[in-house]
Design a protein around this ligand. Structure first.
Ligand SMILES: *Cc1c(COP(=O)(O)O)cnc(C)c1O
Length: 353
């Protein structure tokens, strides 16, 4: 059979994002970890007032305005920041710049599935190290894996568990390749590993505006690392990888830290209420520092059945058809009203079963 593609592309099973129903369809969407609250009013004002001239010209290749704003908010120099079209764009740059056949990618499992997909596109070898049931970081096994790149999501998805900074520090000190600490959910957590970038030349911390800042549709993320590590990534990035609108709107959003923190507090409050309620229903829940919960469903039901039944009732949660996750669901924290609707439906479904 003829093929148009490289063998690694023919062999690839593509990444499957969570369902995105048309916005007119009234569903309670608790499947892709979006923030249930609207973006900052200051960011929306910038969006509404975008001048035509900003769109007529090419954007700044390094997203200067956003980079400056992020530098101010994080207290790191602007040349330690690399901006991308979502943090997924940073993942792509890292894989492209650092890996190829013979230069492997390592990460603990289960985690963000895109790490595997991007490594396979690059035809890099993949070393997957299983997490234990309590999601303690398997530092020794990851060091032994010898990845040219090691990915750690903290808080991790789909478990929601946070990796203690001491363990990330230990990993960074023992690994020779690049250590990527993906902090997509840091806005809902109590700690960050950002300081490690100052101590280790091989560490890059990734952040996104998709979760904490309610801007998943804008596509804006960034990496923080020393300029030496960033220099190689800049070589492989698309010339204009961040559009002018995302740059301007994102700058206003990240400067409105107060608004982001208020919403994160609301989510965290709902998270602890959901833990209590789901525990009473007989769900087993992993300790989450993110805006979602990984839950093992009660023994009386199957996770896939529950997912389907909720879907028929207009509530989307995430079910992963993976060996370790077949009896679990990942549930995004919604507004109090959305959470209450979920609990109501779960209550009647569990009684029925
Ligand atoms: C959501 C998510 C991302 C992607 O963020 P974008 O900035 O929207 O591309 C990256 N890593 C993890 C672990 C995520 O859950």
């Amino acid at each position: 059979m003829t093929t148009y593609f490289r063998p690694s592309i023919d062999a690839l099973s593509p990444y499957v994002p969570g369902e995105q129903p048309a916005s007119k369809v009234p569903v309670i969407k608790l499947n892709t970890n979006e923030n249930p609250y609207p973006p900052s009013p200051k960011a929306l004002k910038v969006l509404q007032e975008i001048p035509g001239e900003l769109l007529r010209r090419y954007p700044h290749p390094m997203a200067r305005e956003f980079r400056q704003a992020a530098s101010q908010v994080l207290g790191v120099p602007a040349d330690w920041i690399l901006v991308g079209n979502g943090s997924d764009d940073l993942l792509t740059m890292i894989i492209r710049a650092c890996t190829e056949p013979g230069r492997s990618v390592a990460y603990p499992m289960p985690t963000y599935v895109l790490y595997r997909t991007l490594a396979q596109i690059q035809a890099a070898d993949v070393v997957e190290v299983p997490y234990p049931e309590d999601y303690t970081l398997p530092v020794e096994a990851l060091v032994a894996a010898g990845g040219a790149v090691t990915f750690i999501a903290s808080p991790n998805s789909p478990s929601g568990t946070e990796i203690p900074v001491e363990l990330l520090d230990k990993l960074a000190s023992q690994v020779t390749g690049v250590v990527v600490i993906d902090e997509a959910y840091v806005d809902f957590a109590e700690t960050s590993a950002l300081d490690l970038v100052k101590r280790y030349e091989n560490v890059i911390v990734l952040r996104t505006l998709s979760k904490g800042y309610s801007l998943a549709g804008l596509r804006l993320g960034f990496g923080v690392a020393n300029p030496t590590l960033l220099s190689g990534l800049i070589k492989v990035k698309d010339s204009y990888n961040v559009d002018a609108v995302a740059c301007a709107v994102g700058a206003a959003a990240i400067l409105d830290r107060e608004y982001k923190d208020e919403n994160a507090e609301k989510v965290k409050k709902s998270r602890s209420e959901m833990v209590t309620a789901l525990n009473e229903f007989g769900f087993e829940i992993w300790p989450s520092q993110a805006n979602f919960l990984l839950v093992r469903v009660p023994a009386s039901v199957r996770a896939e059945w529950l997912y389907q039944q909720l879907k028929e009732r207009g509530i989307l949660v995430r079910y992963f058809q993976q060996s370790r996750l077949a009896d679990k669901l990942r549930i995004t924290i919604g507004t109090p009203e959305q959470n209450a609707a979920l609990l109501d439906n779960l209550s009647s479904l569990l009684q029925k079963s």
